[in-house]
Design a protein around this ligand. Sequence first.
Ligand code: MG
Length: 250
Amino acid sequence: MTQSRTSKLRILCGVVVPLAAVLVIQQSGLVAADAKKEDPQPAIVDAGPVGGPPSDAIVLFDGKDLSKFRGEKRAEPTWKHANGVMESTPPGGIFSKEEFADCQVHLEFSTPSTVHGDGQGRGNSGVYLMGRYEIQVLDNYNNKTYPNGQCGAFYGNNPPLVNACRKPGEWQTYDIIFHAPKKDADGKIMAGSYTVLHNGVLIQDHIPVAGGHTAASPLQGFAEKGPLYLQDHGNPVRFRNVWVRKLNGK
Ligand code: MG
């Protein structure tokens, strides 16, 4: 190839390749200049203190009372509450009065500092979205059980990616992003999903929720939304700072 032809080829590549790149980006809608600062802006949310609640959250328990809950086996919740904390107390769990579909949930829990029992009998409670799909609460600090029943498991369906349990009696966090199963136009159920962080550690990564309630779930069958349910499993597990953000306005 002569020097002249090489130069022409370089010039051609210098023009054609960037032009093609611009066209590809424009096709994909990725040109920043296409977006204008006058476009609708994301809503402003005050994140609040560490652990929330953010300004757009529905606070279910802020330590004062259980007025946002009803009982499971009695009309009124039987759970003890004092000093900003509520404690699972027989004879049953508690349901939020408000119902949710797609949502973000934050709560803090503490299994008993005095350890009794082992396996499933140690610090057992649970967080059920829509009263159906349990993210297990259990003391699995040096306590083995079946993996899809351990702390952070989507109970009976999927074990957590890792065991991020703190010691018994220490406060721990769950941050849950839940998408409810939905029905398509033919009535077929399309799976939702669970994403869960335990003490800030990812333990469920967009796991399908395809109607995977267990026989022990207090509510059964398909529903478009349902209450947040906290389980009483006979162990005095404590909770505080419980809030929910509705996603997609539902
Ligand atoms: Mg449980």
